[in-house]
Design a protein around this ligand. Sequence first.
Ligand code: NAI
Length: 486
Amino acid sequence: MKTKIAVAKGDGIGPEIMEAVLNIFEANEVPLAYEFVEMGKSYFDAGHSTGMTDAAMQTIENLGILFKGPMETPKGKGVKSINVTARKVWNTYANQRDFRTLNGVQTVFSKAGIPINLTIIRENIEDTYGGIEHMLTNDVAVGRRIITRPGSAQVIRYAFEMARRKGLKKLACGHKANIMKLTDGLFLETFYEVAKGYPDIQASDIIVDDLCMKLVSHPEMFQAIVLTNLQGDIVSDLCAGLVGGLGFAPSANIGDNISIFEAVHGTAPDIAGRNIANPTALLLSGISMLRYMGFTANAATIENALLYTLEKGVHTGDFGDRSTKSVNTTEFAQCIIANLGKHPSSGGAFSQPNFECKTNVDFRPTQNKITVTESGIKEEILGADIFIESELQPAEIAEIAKSKLNEKFDLIMISNRGTQVWPTGSVYTELVNQFRIRLEKTEGVELSQKDIFNIASEVSDAVKVCSVEFLMKFGDKLGYSLAQGQ
Ligand code: NAI
């Protein structure tokens, strides 16, 4: 009885490396059947704005597992990355990337005899990947960084569960909460909240820049790290470098209904169509998929054959001993097939399932799920930040703002690029043509939404208002940051 999964061959080197991997699966009699789906560049070109056909979307939603090759998103056409869209649309909230030393793949660490075995869990939906960006003036672009409590809890819980399943002793949270006190602060707070349910795993946190330094100097300090989306993206590519580069970096995008398995690297247009690409990363992703689906014996046999092949010095042109002849993609796959059943001399395949299969296609939601944390906390509007375009000096802007205020508001400060420039500031602070005017409610006033829009409308009579943000208080916590120097 074969389990059906959706397969998208991808663009560039995608079809070549996918064929190599599926040939290895077939040789090992992996009990999978494939439904090939239409996704990628040619479907963008044919006018599908999401880069996939409706039929492809239906198939993936019906089968729950997508094994995909890299895909190209056309540049300059205003379309969103198909890879990011797929991850977000299907809520594959946890991106798991396992990095380990591979014998035969020389790195500075393998030469120094320092083994690497670490897992990065990256939040996969939120953060700057919301792609919510606006030009406020011709000179000023802003992006929204969205970090949510439910989204953070979901991926952090996944990370702790993964750590437990793998028998790990510790999990670190990478962050930049010293600077981004509300966004990264929320992620970090949620991390320690979730950690309370996992007393068997030592939870710690580390500022992301320090983390990068320690990863390149002492990677053995870490077993697993959970991070927000962008920081996780950067740190996981750093980790790929530790074990030999993108050619060895697998990636699993895990969701509760649909999961996507793919290599980290792209379509490698410079070598596409030449049958010289390295299929290892896609194979490792496929091995993760097999483990995820519970085919642990197949996964172990194939992984051992891969490790044995690498150990024997077989290599494609992008890695390994350049003094020995490289093999092409097809030959590399054939060597692995010939080595099925063999074991590497050290560091063999991981024997436990390192994933819990969450894919549940039998349950088909009829509505979008909405998760809200019940807090019972009182919310209050304390004021507003009004963002304006102006080339005036801060004191002149203050005078204009004051002339528009009513009895409900006080002008608290004005900032430019996050640095306070009024009522105090430095004449050395260089300015751009976009200011933030912070207004707070006067003593005893209770503000409504309408009060905020009314005052913004008043200000807009005098200057161009680019956007408005509410200043909120949740219980006794301020829901906004202070300006630099405030
Ligand atoms: P890339 O990863 O495709 O290539 C970077 C370099 O690594 C190139 O020199 C390439 O030849 C080499 N390389 C990559 N994979 C290789 C492999 N398996 N074997 C041997 N060499 C390999 O990154 P690039 O050039 O920035 O992106 C090319 C295209 O791929 C873009 O259209 C991009 O949007 C897309 N892309 C797709 C991804 C996905 O589908 N998940 C991820 C990253 C990029």
